[in-house]
Design a protein around this ligand. Structure first.
Ligand code: GKR
Ligand code: MG
Length: 439
């Protein structure tokens, strides 16, 4: 007999947390010693808990708090209705609201992603199925991720520096070390790949003059390239749209023989389309085609080859499944973007990655850069660069309430209200300002 309705939301807990984050350099400036995340927990009338994690800002936390009244009493299975109620209240996000930063700041997609993932965690527990099965089922048992290299200053973030022990070696030492030139980047890559077994490498660019970053890519190619007995490691670079079309074509041509794909070399779909016509290397984006509203023009002008989805920014896991269908229809590849995050987000990314019909590229993750965790059992493990798909019902991860309380205390103590890499950079280089296009 089919029940008339599913479990209803009785409580919604919104907990902002601050997680230790190293001084990573990027087009927008410098990471603060803490990254903000928000943990959402929904509890049903029969006491089942579902959790999710999203990038944190006080604005999004306030919007989540407003959403609470709209959600209490709703059936967790009725995700379409929940989305409609949230849209009616908050309005749909427009593509223009995404802003110029490398990350996304839109409200509705964040809120709906938080609610949808927590509801799916509950639905999985109620039906005794992992989330991947709710997305159509598992296409693979483990999901491969890429090493994500960053230029960085010395340090590992937070009040206590990790990896500073006199004899620290391997990844703990590399995570702490400065990496400001090709030699430093190669050392970081070797330590990260050795520790986690990654078999693809991405460099976050847009930090130094293009020639220096291109030199780092060739240094990585020499170290991990075709001469390796174990096979070449695919390489990518992401200047976060800071290059001009001319710069992107000039350096893009140089790197044609060594790149798997070139991510967001230039700003905007029109510029991306121009660069794409000039290069053989596929272009990927998490900056120019970032919502369903952007898709028609992307297809019309050919803005990119690969869309880097992110369930936090595209409005959840099911929206990302819709996106993969659109990508398949129009000959786009799909992979995944990331920001500094903990294990709840990683688990959701793994369920989604496992359900995607095709997964030709290893997904992005910042996870190795973080040291905190908010789930029972501590940090998730990578085997040969991949994370095994959880088989337990729901997301397969549970909240560690003591860790949550401690990370919330970090949030209260650190005083940050949103990510602002420009201000952090100005502490190191007074007068530094973000430029939407730099070279
Ligand atoms: O963490 O500094 C960073 C990255 O630059 C991040 O903010 C980007 O959103 O990883 C991202 C990207 O691929 O653009
Ligand atoms: Mg990117």
């Amino acid at each position: 007999m089919i029940p008339k309705s599913g479990p209803r939301i009785r409580e919604m807990h919104i907990t902002p947390i601050a997680i230790v984050d190293p001084p990573l350099l990027n087009a927008a400036g410098l990471h603060a010693p803490y990254a903000l995340r928000t943990i959402v927990e929904l509890v049903t009338d029969d006491g089942i808990s579902g959790i999710s994690e999203i990038p944190g800002t006080t604005a999004i936390d306030a919007a989540l708090a407003l959403a609470r009244n709209l959600l209490i009493g709703r059936d967790v299975f009725q995700l379409n209705q929940i989305r409609r109620v949230l849209e009616n209240h908050f309005g749909t996000d427009s593509a223009a609201e995404r802003g110029l930063s490398p990350w996304d700041q839109r409200k509705l997609v964040h809120i709906f992603s938080a609610i949808e993932v927590a509801c799916m965690d509950i639905i999985g527990k109620v039906t005794n199925r992992p989330v991947v099965d709710l997305l159509g089922g598992k296409m693979r048992d483990a999901v491969p991720f890429s090493a994500y290299l960053f230029y960085k200053y010395e340090g590992a973030g937070g009040p206590l520096e990790f990896g500073t022990e006199p004899n620290a070696r391997g990844w703990p030492a590399a995570r702490q070390a400065a990496a400001l030139d090709p030699v430093g980047i190669v050392a970081q890559a070797k330590a990260m790949c050795h520790e986690f077994g990654f078999q693809s490498i991405k460099l976050k660019g847009g930090v130094f003059e293009p020639q220096q970053e291109v030199d780092a890519m060739f240094a990585l190619h020499r170290e991990f390239g075709p001469d390796r007995s174990a096979g070449a490691v695919p390489l990518r670079i992401d200047p976060n749209a800071l290059w001009t079309v001319e710069t992107a074509i000039h350096y893009g041509k140089q790197m044609e023989p060594i790149l798997e794909y070139l991510e967001d070399p230039v700003r905007g779909q029109a510029n991306m389309a121009e660069v794409r016509k000039a290069l053989k290397t596929p272009l990927a984006t998490n900056m120019c085609t970032t919502s369903f509203e952007d898709i028609p023009n992307s297809i019309a002008i050919g803005a990119e080859d690969i869309i880097l989805s992110d369930h936090h920014f595209w409005g959840g896991l099911r929206a990302s499944m819709t996106l993969t269908g659109i990508c398949a229809t129009f000959g786009r590849g799909l992979s995944m973007h990331s920001n500094s995050h903990l294990g709840i987000s990683l688990a959701a990314m793994v369920h989604l990655g496992a359900a995607l019909p095709h997964l030709p590229y290893a997904l992005d993750t910042h996870y190795p850069w973080q040291s905190d965790e908010v789930i029972v059992g501590g940090r998730l493990r990578f085997e040969n660069g991949a994370v095994a798909v959880p088989t337990e019902p729901g997301l397969g991860v549970e909240l560690d309430r003591d860790a949550l309380a401690a990370l919330h205390q970090n949030y209260l103590a650190c005083g940050l209200t949103k990510r602002d890499d420009e201000i952090e950079m100005q502490k190191v280089q007074p007068g530094w300002t973000f430029q939407a296009v730099r070279w």
